[in-house]
Design a protein around this ligand. Structure first.
Ligand SMILES: [Mg+2]
Length: 372
């Protein structure tokens, strides 16, 4: 009954890269004393009325059975008190490290789909380095990440996303797994059904009750039966069992920022001139955003004084916008935080926006509703 399945494509080269215990590893790197502890990134429940969940646990904590998303109270019960350490998550820091890692990925390809701060798919079928072997590329990437950040990662390489992901899970930490097209069926046959994506707790139980425990068991099942029993999900399980996953790697790379900056000769000492300039920039930015059908999410102001000291300040808007007045309001607030630059004379002033979003709520042309 395999004819019900789509034709496989084994020509692509996909890497799934996943940082090992990411938040915890960053904290241990920055404070090595934590490495000997069962480290839990999350608020200490003793200081939070018993509330909170584990964001990430290091491998020591995992040996005590602690895992992400577990209530911190439970973690506290599992680990001896003299062994446990809590660190509050510092997402700003993790985002900065994530950006460093992504820069290294973009050296290989722009077709990078970020799933989380610490996890991404890369399609390197065509890549910027012209290297044929995805394994060579992934190994180099893993080494470069370690050199640059001091952090370890694991990767899986295969011809589709779900196999690449299974690969990176398979050999953690600091692992590498390569699943070639001709090996996929055997690899999958040996996996427990828990390792397959999309098979949740409930489905696991149902499959177990039918005597299905491994990929081999799934492979032997009739595709039609899986579809009838589990509908759409059954169809995907059947595909996965045969190593089929045709989803593309969707590039999530942020588009370049849009903005304006200008050098002033003579320098600006007058606040009104600075604000008038920012107002013009805001109008200009609004126009460009509307032309390209984007909304601004974060505004960035850049100021340089006569001593060539430069600061950039950014502010995340509560609601994405392309409205000139809203942009100007935020630009003005940002400027107030750096207006001490006026005493030195402002040499350069810039306003830009990053993390652009596609405007999904574009106003519908009224023409649609007018009749002859
Ligand atoms: Mg990870």
């Amino acid at each position: 009954m395999k004819e019900l399945l789509p034709r496989n494509n084994t020509k692509r080269k996909i890497i799934h890269l996943d940082m090992d215990a990411f938040y915890a590893s960053v904290e241990m790197r920055d404070n090595p004393a934590l490495a000997k502890k069962a480290l839990i990134v999350g608020q200490d429940p003793r200081k939070a009325n018993g509330h909170g969940v584990v964001a990430t646990a290091n491998y020591v904590a995992r040996q005590y059975g602690v895992h992400s998303a577990m209530p911190t109270m439970k973690a506290l019960r599992l680990v001896p008190k003299d062994k446990i350490a809590f660190v509050r998550p510092n997402f700003e820091k993790y985002r900065a490290v994530s950006a460093q890692i992504h820069e290294l990925m973009y050296e290989l390809t722009d077709v990078v789909e970020s799933v989380a701060l610490d996890e991404a798919y890369l399609d390197v079928t065509k890549n910027k380095l012209g290297v044929y072997s995805a394994v060579t590329l992934a190994t180099r990437l893993q080494e470069k990440i370690f050199k640059k950040t001091g952090l370890t990662s694991s990767f899986g390489v295969s011809y589709n996303k779900f196999l690449a992901k299974m690969g990176s899970e398979f050999a953690k930490p600091f692992g590498r797994t390569i699943i070639l097209p001709e090996e996929a069926e055997d690899f999958l046959a040996q996996q427990p059904i828990e390792a397959f994506p999309g098979i949740g707790k409930k489905t696991q139980e149902q499959l177990h009750s039918m005597g299905i425990f491994t990929g081999a068991d799934l492979q032997n099942l009739d595709v039609k039966f899986l579809i009838e029993r589990f509908k759409r999900m059954g169809y995907f399980i059947a595909q996965h069992a045969q190593g089929i996953d045709l989803r593309p790697v969707n590039s999530t790379r942020q588009r370049k920022s849009i903005g304006t900056e200008r050098t002033f000769e003579p320098n600006i000492f007058d606040e009104n001139i600075a604000l008038t300039t920012l107002r013009k920039y805001s109008e200009n930015l609004s126009k460009k955003l509307k032309e390209k059908n984007f909304l601004a999410q974060t505004l960035v102001i850049k100021v340089r004084n006569n001593n060539f000291e430069t600061v950039t300040k950014r502010s995340k808007l509560t609601k994405p916008t392309n409205d000139a007045i809203e942009i100007f309001q935020t630009a003005k607030e940002l400027f107030k935080s750096v207006d001490n630059f006026l005493t030195q004379g402002i040499r350069l002033l810039g306003l830009s926006t990053t993390d652009l979003q596609t405007n999904q709520y574009e106003e519908i042309s009224l023409d649609l509703f007018t009749t002859e």
